[in-house]
Design a protein around this ligand. Structure first.
Ligand SMILES: NCc1[nH]cc(CCC(=O)O)c1CC(=O)O
Length: 320
C-alpha cells in the first residue's frame, strides 16, 4: 500500500457521551497517536460527540423498547455520511451485522472479560447475606446469579456505570453487577469487591474488548487501525460472535460466551469456547464447551450443541 511517509490528515472520531465511551475513545486515540508517530504519519485526531437513541431512552426500560444496536445507529450513519472516520465501541454493544460499507477495523487487546460485584460491604458472592438485593438489568447476569444463589433478589438497575454504583448506596442494594472492564478502563478498579468467576457467570459476547468501526473504502484508516489489532483477541471475539450469530439472540435471552486461546501451534491458535443459554428465571442453565481452530466454525459448533441440548426451546419460549 501507500509508502507515503508524510501522511497528513485530520481523523474525526465519533463517540457517545457517556463517561465510559469518552474514556475508551480517549485511550484509543492516545494509542493511535503513538502508532502514527512511530510510523512517521502526521495525523491529528478530533472528537465528535454523538447522542444516540439508546442514550436518550436510557432511563426508560430499554428491554421494552428492544431493538439491537440502539447505541450505534446514529454513529454508523455519521460514518457512512463521512462526518466521522472511525468510532470506538464496546464490542458487546456492537451489532452482529454491520451495515454495507462499514467494517470492524481493529479489535484491540482485551482487558478483564469477567463480571464483578460491587458490594456494600466489600465482600464477594459467598459473603452476600441470604436474600440480598442485587442490582443488574442484564438477563444473562441475573439468570446465572439466580442459578448459583436462588435466594438472591435480582432487581433491575439502569444507567451508566457511575450512576449504577451510586444507586448501590442511594437505593439500598447489597450489590450491583458490572463488567470489570468498564471499571478498569475508568480507573475505578478499587471499586471491584470481587470478580465473578466464569464458572458462575459466563460473560457477554465480546465483553472486555473494543471494536473500532470504519469505512471499508478508507484504506488509510484501515491500515492505521490494523496496527492496533490484537490477533488473539480478534480470534476469541470472532468465535464468540459467531456463536451469537448462530443463535441470533436478541437482548431478551440470557446468552453468554467466552473464548480463550489454549495454545499457539505452527498451524495457528487453538481456541476454547464456552457458550451458555439460560431461562430468565435461572432455573435452566445450559452450557457447552469445545475447542477448535477456526473461530467461525467453533462458534457455530458450540451453538449447535446447545440447540441440540435444548437451547432451541428456551429461545422459542422467549421469542428471541
Ligand atoms: N452494556 C453496557 C456496557 N457496555 C460495555 C460496558 C463495559 C465493559 C465492556 O467493555 O465489556 C458496559 C457496562 C457494564 O456492562 O457493566
Amino acid at each position: 500500500m501507500s509508502s507515503n511517509n508524510n501522511r497528513q490528515r485530520v481523523i474525526v472520531v465519533g463517540t457517545r457521551q457517556s463517561a465510559l465511551a469518552l474514556t475508551q475513545t480517549g485511550q484509543v486515540i492516545d494509542e493511535l497517536k503513538r502508532i502514527s508517530e512511530r510510523q512517521g504519519w502526521n495525523y491529528t485526531f478530533e472528537i465528535r460527540k454523538i447522542v444516540t437513541k439508546g442514550d436518550r431512552i436510557l432511563d426508560v426500560t430499554l428491554s421494552k423498547v428492544g431493538g439491537k444496536g440502539l447505541f450505534v445507529k446514529e454513529i454508523e450513519q455519521a460514518l457512512l455520511d463521512g462526518e466521522i472516520d472511525l468510532a470506538v465501541h464496546s464490542m458487546k454493544d456492537m451489532p452482529y451485522e454491520l451495515p454495507e460499507g462499514l467494517m470492524n477495523g481493529a479489535t484491540p487487546k482485551r482487558v478483564n472479560p469477567l463480571d464483578c460485584l460491587v458490594t456494600r460491604d466489600g465482600g464477594g458472592l459467598d459473603k452476600l447475606p441470604k436474600g440480598a438485593r442485587v442490582g443488574t438489568s442484564s438477563l444473562r447476569r441475573s439468570c446465572q446469579l439466580k442459578n448459583a444463589r436462588p435466594d438472591l433478589k435480582l432487581e433491575s438497575i439502569r444507567g451508566n456505570i457511575d450512576s449504577r454504583i451510586r444507586k448501590l448506596e442511594t437505593e439500598g442494594f447489597d450489590a450491583v453487577v458490572l463488567a470489570a472492564a468498564g471499571l478498569t478502563r475508568m480507573g475505578w478498579e478499587d471499586r471491584i469487591s470481587a470478580l465473578i468467576p466464569e464458572d458462575v457467570c459466563i460473560p457477554a459476547v465480546g465483553q472486555g474488548s473494543l471494536g473500532i468501526e470504519c469505512r471499508e473504502n478508507d484504506e488509510e484508516v484501515r491500515e492505521l487501525l490494523q496496527l492496533l489489532n490484537d490477533k488473539e483477541t480478534e480470534l476469541a471475539v470472532r468465535a464468540e460472535r459467531s456463536f451469537l450469530g448462530t443463535l441470533q439472540g436478541g437482548c431478551q435471552v440470557p446468552i453468554g460466551a467466552y473464548a480463550t486461546i489454549v495454545s499457539q501451534g505452527e498451524e495457528g491458535a487453538l481456541l476454547e469456547l464456552t457458550g451458555m443459554v439460560g431461562s430468565p428465571d435461572g432455573e435452566t442453565l445450559l452450557k457447552e464447551r469445545k475447542q477448535g481452530k477456526d473461530p467461525e466454525s467453533l462458534g457455530r459448533a458450540v451453538a449447535e450443541a446447545l440447540i441440540a441440548s435444548g437451547a432451541d426451546r428456551i429461545l422459542a419460549e422467549i421469542g428471541g
